[in-house]
Design a protein around this ligand. Structure first.
Ligand SMILES: [Zn+2]
Length: 269
């Protein structure tokens, strides 16, 4: 069982890499804009090149963090595995596709450079985190004969219905197929692919049964009696809305309390 603190620390460490890549991308885009009269094509193409380099650099660090985390998970489960491999951080084609998609905001009737920049920052962050998740799945597939399984564990404040559906499956046996099914990360997704071995598999605080219940409650069928995935996800979104709102409000209260506490400190000193 992975302690919740270890899971959180791992998630935070990966998030820091993603944030740094994202901040550097913003600085880069602002520098391009300061050149003055640059075309949208130039901005888009420069971002594609620079983002490729950022994803490689920060993604590799994230992958190394994930490899360490994998080694620790195996060791604490008492399973001997070879040193974890690092996923190949080779997302150039996908990065380019995502930036081109984001660039539709530049070529709109009403071009919106800020929206393009925001979208690109989300993209770079997604690929850095993906490098970590890919590393864990790669090693789980390698070690499947040693009983390696993996789960999709939501973290962060917001989780989409699709993520919850995958999370509801709990720890599944690792294979190329299951790795493919779990390989879908949207912008802003903080899900982590986590390894588990035998009875030890688990993350403290992660109850896939809770997600399974939500999924089963939401299950919708089409006219042929097959699961209608879109409708199921919509129904999950509707049922999740309450929890998301509660969490958001709780977070706001926390921030407000922290601000007030700081204010009081300021007055007393
Ligand atoms: Zn997610």
């Amino acid at each position: 069982m992975i302690p919740s603190q270890a899971f959180r620390e791992y998630g935070d460490a990966v998030a820091r890499q993603a944030e740094e890549a994202s901040a550097r991308l913003r600085t880069f885009m602002e520098a391009i804009e300061m050149l003055g009269d640059v075309s949208n094509e130039f901005l888009r193409n420069s971002v594609i090149d620079f983002m490729g380099a950022l994803v490689y650099r920060y993604g590799t660090v994230a992958a190394v963090l994930a490899a360490d985390f994998y080694n620790e998970t195996a060791a604490s489960a008492g399973v001997r595995v070879d040193d974890a491999l690092i996923a190949e951080v080779d997302y150039d084609a996908a990065v380019s596709g995502s930036v081109k998609y984001a660039a539709r905001r530049l070529f709109d009737q009403n071009p919106d450079t800020e929206a393009f920049k925001q979208a690109c920052m989300a993209v770079v962050s997604r690929f850095v985190k993906k490098a970590a998740n890919d590393t864990v799945s790669k090693n789980c597939v390698r070690d499947r004969r040693k009983g390696a399984r993996f789960a999709r564990v939501p973290s962060g404040t917001e989780t989409c219905a699709f993520c919850l559906m995958l999370a509801s499956r709990g720890f599944v046996y690792a294979s190329k197929d299951t790795a493919g099914e779990f390989d879908h990360f949207h912008d802003g997704c903080d899900c982590k692919i986590v390894a588990g071995f035998g009875d030890d598999a688990g993350v403290e605080g992660y109850e896939h049964g809770k997600y399974l219940e939500m999924y089963e409650d939401a299950l919708a069928y089409d006219a042929y009696g097959l699961v209608d995935l879109d409708e199921t996800l919509n129904s999950m979104r509707r049922s999740m809305y309450g929890t998301i709102k509660d969490r958001r409000n709780a977070r706001r209260r926390e921030l407000r309390a922290a601000r007030q506490a700081r204010g009081q400190d300021g007055e007393s000193s």
